[in-house]
Design a protein around this ligand. Structure first.
Ligand SMILES: C[S@@+](CC[C@H](N)C(=O)[O-])C[C@H]1O[C@@H](n2cnc3c(N)ncnc32)[C@H](O)[C@@H]1O
Length: 200
């Protein structure tokens, strides 16, 4: 059984935009924002709130910076690194109202399941940084991933299903704009599965 993060990930240098914070806190934390459509739309809607995001991909991280600057947004902290490392090192306390993981890589082959991001271990890590009464939120177009994730979520003691746990109607969500991947899959007519849980 693989355990994450790998040792080499612990020594990889992190990057920060606009600068290295003492710790990471704010209204919401997004893991793997990709192009950043969802992140930027939330930050634009709420200029009085702070938004943090951790993106593994160097190119994706670098491409987001000019988009943030073009919009003149000063309420985003972007970290380039593996969220499994960053959360442990830089999120000291329950500092977020919301944590989002939208369309994590599905790793559909059986032998690749251990690579999936939303393991019980990582969900526990994420839950630690959500304030009591705050929410964890995930979305995927891949039904087996949704089932696997909800089964993991059930094993996280300090989370409780909000809504029905797993649902498909976007109308049940407040303050939500489809991410780049969500829009792509919607345009192809795929169903989308959402999960929303409350931190006790
Ligand atoms: C399928 S894309 C989805 C992007 C975006 N959330 C969307 O819905 O359009 C998955 C994203 O998660 C990022 N990612 C994967 N593993 C990660 C990790 N351990 N830490 C941070 N980001 C990660 C990938 O680099 C990629 O940008």
């Amino acid at each position: 059984m693989r355990t994450f993060p790998y040792k080499y990930e612990l020594t990889k240098e992190l990057s920060f935009y606009p600068e290295h914070p003492v710790d990471i806190s704010g209204y919401s934390l997004e893991i793997g924002p990709g192009r950043g459509d969802f992140l930027l739309s939330l930050a634009e809607k709420h200029p009085d709130k702070k938004f943090a995001a951790v993106e593994l991909g160097k190119r994706r991280y670098s491409k987001m910076i000019p988009r943030i600057e073009q919009k003149g947004l000063t309420n985003i902290l972007l970290v380039r690194g593996n969220a499994r490392v960053v959360i442990n090192e830089l999120c000291k306390e329950a500092a977020f109202e919301r944590v989002y993981v939208l369309f994590p890589d599905p790793w559909p082959k059986n032998r690749h399941v251990p690579n999936r991001l939303l393991s019980i271990e990582f969900l526990n890590q994420l839950t630690r940084v959500i304030k009591p009464g705050g929410h964890f939120f995930a979305a995927t177009d891949y039904y087996p991933y949704a089932i696997w994730t909800t089964s993991n979520l059930c094993k996280v003691n300090s989370l409780r299903k909000d809504h029905s746990g797993l649902f498909t109607g976007i109308d049940a969500l407040d303050d939500y704009t489809p991410s780049h991947f969500e829009q792509r899959w919607r345009d192809e007519g795929r169903s989308i599965y959402y999960m929303r849980y409350e931190k006790l």
